[in-house]
Ligand binder design. Sequence first.
Ligand code: INI
Length: 158
Amino acid sequence: MPHEIHGQLKADDGRYAIVVSRFNEFITSKLLGGAIDALVRHGCDDSTIVAVHVPGAFELPLVARKVAASGKFDAVICLGCVIRGQTPHFEYVASEAAKGIAQVADSTGVPTTFGVLTTDTLEQAVERAGAKAGNKGADAAMSAIELVSVLKQLDGVS
Ligand code: INI
C-alpha cells in the first residue's frame, strides 16, 4: 500500500512571513487581509505573523529571499498586483516577480508562494482580491500552509 502524503491545513505550529507590495495598495491590502485571515482561521496565532512591506512587485524576490534565508520562518507568502493597463513594462515586472519568487523557493528550500495578481484591468484585480473570484492572498496562504505540512511529513519518511 503506498504511503501517501497530503498536506494538512493546520497552521498552528508554523511561523509565516508575508511580503507584500505597496504598488496598487488598494488591492494588495485586500490580499494581505485575506492571507492573514486564512492563516488565523487555520490556527496560526496572529502575533507570530510578520508582514514586510516593499515598494512594488519587482522588489518581492529580494526581500522574500532575505526572509526565507533567515531560517526564522517555515514559509513566505508573496503578495502583489501588476495591472497591464498601468505600465508598458507589465511583462518585465510580472515575469521578474514570478521568476524571482520561484528561485527563492528553489534556492532556499523554504516554501515561498505566489500571490501576485497579474491582470489586464483593475476590475479583474478587484475580482481576485475578495470579490467574485475569491481572494488570491488567501489562496497563497493556504498553499503555504499545505507545503509546510508536506515538507514536515517528508522529514519523517524513513
Ligand atoms: N509594481 C507593481 O507591483 N505593480 C504594477 O502594476 C507596477 N507598474 O504598473 O509599473 C509596478 N511597478 C513598480 C515596480 O514593481 C518597482 O517597484 C519599480 O520599478 C522600482 O523598482
